[in-house]
Design a protein around this ligand. Structure first.
Ligand code: SAH
Length: 230
């Protein structure tokens, strides 16, 4: 006897991880102001349920943050979409962004979104278990354009810089000079900044070799950017 539709909420194609629940999420992101069609397509297609702790799989296509282990969380889809949309917006008259750095690999979900949209993604994570799990997961999903680093990303990843874009997925108390210096001219940094409960999502453009322009676009809530490895 075949199972009733919806009776296995954790299997692909049914119940809470079904195409219908993904479509509802995408409609919600559009209502909230996500306009980049490529970003919406990627979020529709990616199996977010494979990036969260097993007990939370049934919630994977709701617009909320979820646990990924090691007391860390995957951001809500709206924030992932917003940060990606901001990061990939080209500079006026500039070329599309091709080489980006992510600080805070976590589950690798944001990394996968980026890997679908740019040629080369560099991603650093300070917690070894998360870095290794993300590497295995993303290799398993077939990505070959992601370069993983197990390191403290507070000072960026100088060895591979400069980058067209840098995205930080943990909240910094301040923006490090190293991150600003690792931006290409015309490059963009997207970073949550500020103490818990008062964080802003900041967009910083390197407009000239010695000139950066900054604006805050939204209030956000991220786990803290911490120094050292664990
Ligand atoms: N982009 C991730 C979000 C994970 S939460 C995802 O899509 O799942 C933020 C991550 O940043 C955590 O895994 C945390 O360990 C990591 N992190 C915090 N400080 C860091 C630092 N200094 N360098 C690298 N990673 C850091």
């Amino acid at each position: 006897m075949s199972p009733k539709p919806g009776s296995h909420p954790h299997s692909l194609g049914q119940g809470l991880t079904s195409p219908a629940s993904r479509a509802r999420l995408i409609a919600e992101l559009k209502r909230e102001g996500i306009v980049d069609e490529r970003v919406l397509e990627v979020l529709q297609k990616l199996p977010r349920h494979e990036f969260v702790e097993e007990a939370w799989r049934g919630e994977a296509y709701k617009n909320k943050p979820l646990p990924i282990g090691q007391s860390q969380t995957i951001s809500q889809p709206y924030i992932v979409a917003l940060m990606t949309q901001l990061l990939l917006e080209p500079a006026p008259g500039g070329a599309p962004r091709k080489k980006v750095l992510e600080i805070g690999t976590g589950s690798g979900y944001q990394t996968a979104v980026l890997a679908e949209l740019v040629q080369n993604v560099f991603s650093v994570e300070r917690i070894k278990t998360l870095s290794e799990q993300a590497r295995i997961r993303l290799r398993g999903l077939g990505y070959r354009n992601i370069h993983f680093g197990y390191a403290d990303g507070t000072a960026g990843w100088a060895a591979h810089g400069p980058y067209d874009g840098i995205i930080v997925t943990a909240a910094a108390t301040e923006v490090s000079k190293a991150m600003l210096e690792q931006l290409e001219r015309g490059g963009r940094l997207v970073i949550p900044v500020g103490p818990p409960a008062q964080q802003s999502l900041r967009v910083i453009d390197r407009v000239l070799a010695n000139k950066w322009q900054s604006r805050d676009v939204a209030g956000v809530s991220f786990v803290p950017l911490l120094e050292g490895r664990s």
